[in-house]
Design a binder for this molecule. Sequence first.
Ligand code: SF4
Length: 294
Amino acid sequence: MTDTLADAVSATPEPVWPIPSSLSPSRVSSFTSCPMQFRFSSVQRLPEPPGVATTKGSLVHRAIELLFELPNTQRTRAALDHCLDSALAEYATHPDYVGLRLDERGAASFERDCRKLIERYFDMEDPTMINAIGLELRLAAQVGSLELRGIIDRLELDDDGELVVTDYKTGRAPSGHFEQKSLSGVHFYSFLCEAVLGKRPAKVRLMYLSSGETIETVPTAQSVRFIDTRTAAVWKAVERACTTGEFRPNVSRLCDWCSFQEWCPAFDGDPDLAATEAVERYEQLTSTASDTAG
Ligand code: SF4
């Protein structure tokens, strides 16, 4: 680990809010997109209602993970169909699925979309040729009081014995302008690989299953250093926001999907009510989900 990030993780004055003890790519992205949302989700850790897109993504990830647990020669289209069946069965009583409260038509459409995504996956690569050495691999590196962590969808060895990080995406591929930004998550993973496994991956890939596009990049010493510097800057900003209590709302298109909009000051909400109301809303939803599941 370089000194840059280690220097940033230092003693701080008494904070208004507890400072999170870990950072992941999604937390870095959450803070840089909207500090106010970061406060709700990562500092106060308020529960969010499940969303169709997120649950679909988790379920498809699970189906592909099950496929890669099979020996190479058994990774066929039919096998992936069975893996999706298993994933659907696993999720049938999961709060993230039941909480969606899909009617019969909605559930059929949800399943149809999942099948389309795994069908597209098979057009993108031949899983029998992949030498996967890690699935849903959790990596964490301690830097002072801060833990950097991430979950790698798939870590594999290429024909030259080099590491390759692959991340599946079920959303749309970004336009060229946002491509580099979307790669920062996988660069973070290559940073973790180097810190934990002592080896920088030869390649990082994002597979966009909805469009069939793959974005690849080769991590370099410079890209790893950039993650180090950027994470240090984000960490400093997180510390500052927790210490002062000032989490700025950043209004953008993402507000349309924000679970905390009704408590956001940018939308005339009172953030101090979120702690009780968001929990009540979630409990109501999950108790309805349990009733439905039962
Ligand atoms: S509604 Fe928008 S500005 Fe407010 S917390 Fe959510 S993302 Fe941030």
